[in-house]
Design a protein around this ligand. Structure first.
Ligand code: NAD
Ligand code: UDP
Length: 323
């Protein structure tokens, strides 16, 4: 359960990242003390800049795999790069971040008998042979491919969570998060929504990988954060899928973004990365039934808000370069 308000902080690893910074903000708004732990490898100080002067917020710049002494009231373990170019940059580190980092956080949760939410991923289903994916699907994952450091690291992290639950009754909550997008994705993040929007706004070519018929299901960040908070406040250990079941091909996504930005960028095809999943769509029956959760923000509304964010970021950059 998300504990009652106290001076013991909620620990958010990966707190300077895209999802982590939104989560920190949400927890501060609810009155919690928050410690964000982040090595800033794929996050940014800008994400938490406005929080740094908050009296109930502390940022610890350190690695989740290192030992730590802290007495939290609850742990959200989000530390791990999520964008393929970022997690493939140092694949060994990515695996170790998931495995050792999750083990460290589970030890902390066990010692202090506090709940821990693990940010798992739809990537545990790999390139799925079952569609849509429900939590009982065991997945179709390459052990050896370039995405394995992320997928298998997250699968092993889930294994650790459920072993701590069985062996020590540590209260774990495992969320399988599907593609989430929104303000604060970095312009150079490499994920498809940020890539397409930034390319469209700059008038650059839209880089569509493969034939563009592969699908994803995109959830707006505010909806995902609501799901994480509901999950940790519940008695459900999971795993629980959190995602938007609205499935769309990358070709259609490019078309939407061109339309909503009014951009005249051309679409160019680039090779499909190895092991790129062909389709992905969550079955969210468990979240609906047990958490009363489902996404409220449509893709169009979410894209409009995300485009507004990138217009501002790119505008500010252009202004500071001109100055
Ligand atoms: P992100 O890259 O923006 O955030 C991850 C944060 O973790 C960054 O701030 C990074 O600096 C930090 N980090 C990475 N390795 C670390 C380490 N060894 N020690 C300390 N900090 C470290 O990614 P995100 O989209 O915010 O994802 C957050 C979490 O949610 C990740 O665990 C990711 O696997 C999971 N997730 C995200 C999505 C999504 O679509 N955004 C989907 C599924 C799962
Ligand atoms: N993609 C694309 N162009 C880009 C970036 C990504 O066509 O500039 C495709 C990518 O091949 C994948 C989909 O968009 O099929 C989603 O990619 P992303 O990296 O956002 O998420 P993931 O593959 O991890 O779900």
């Amino acid at each position: 359960m998300l504990p009652p308000l106290s001076r013991r902080p909620v620990l958010v690893t990966g707190g300077a990242g895209f999802l982590g910074s939104h989560l920190c903000e949400r927890l501060l708004d609810e009155g919690h003390h928050v410690v964000a732990l982040d090595n800033l490898s794929s996050g940014s100080l800008d994400n938490v800049g406005p929080l740094l002067n908050h009296p109930r917020f502390v940022l610890l710049c350190r690695d989740v795999t290192a030992p730590i002494e802290i007495t939290p009231s609850c742990i959200f373990n989000l530390a791990c790069p999520a964008s393929p170019p970022f997690y493939q940059r140092d694949p060994v580190k990515t695996t170790l971040t998931s495995v050792i980092g999750t083990w460290r956080m589970l030890e902390l949760a066990r010692t202090h008998r506090v709940p821990m939410l693990q940010a798992s991923t739809s990537e545990v289903y790999g390139d799925p042979l079952v569609h849509p994916q429900s939590e009982d699907y065991r997945g179709h994952v390459s052990i050896m491919g370039p995405r394995a450091c992320y997928d298998e690291g997250k699968r092993c992290a889930e294994t650790l969570c459920f072993d701590y639950l069985r062996k020590y009754a540590t209260p774990v909550h495992v969320a399988r998060i599907f593609n989430t997008y929104g303000p604060r994705m970095l312009p150079g993040d490499g994920r498809v929504v940020s890539n397409f929007i930034v390319q469209a706004l700059r008038g650059e070519c839209i880089t569509l990988y493969g034939d563009g018929r592969q699908s994803r299901s995109f959830c707006f960040v505010q909806d995902t954060i609501e799901g994480l908070v509901r999950l940790v406040s519940s008695a459900i250990n999971g795993p629980v899928n959190l995602g938007n079941p609205h499935e769309i091909s990358m070709r259609d996504l490019a078309g939407h973004i061109l339309h909503l930005t009014g951009s005249r960028s051309r679409v160019v095809h680039r090779p499909l990365p190895e092991d790129d999943p062909r389709q992905r769509c969550p079955d969210i029956s468990v979240a609906r039934q047990h958490l009363g959760w489902w996404p409220r923000i449509s893709l169009e509304e979410g894209l409009v808000r995300t485009i507004a964010h990138f217009r501002e970021v790119l505008g500010n950059r252009a202004a500071s370069l001109a100055a």
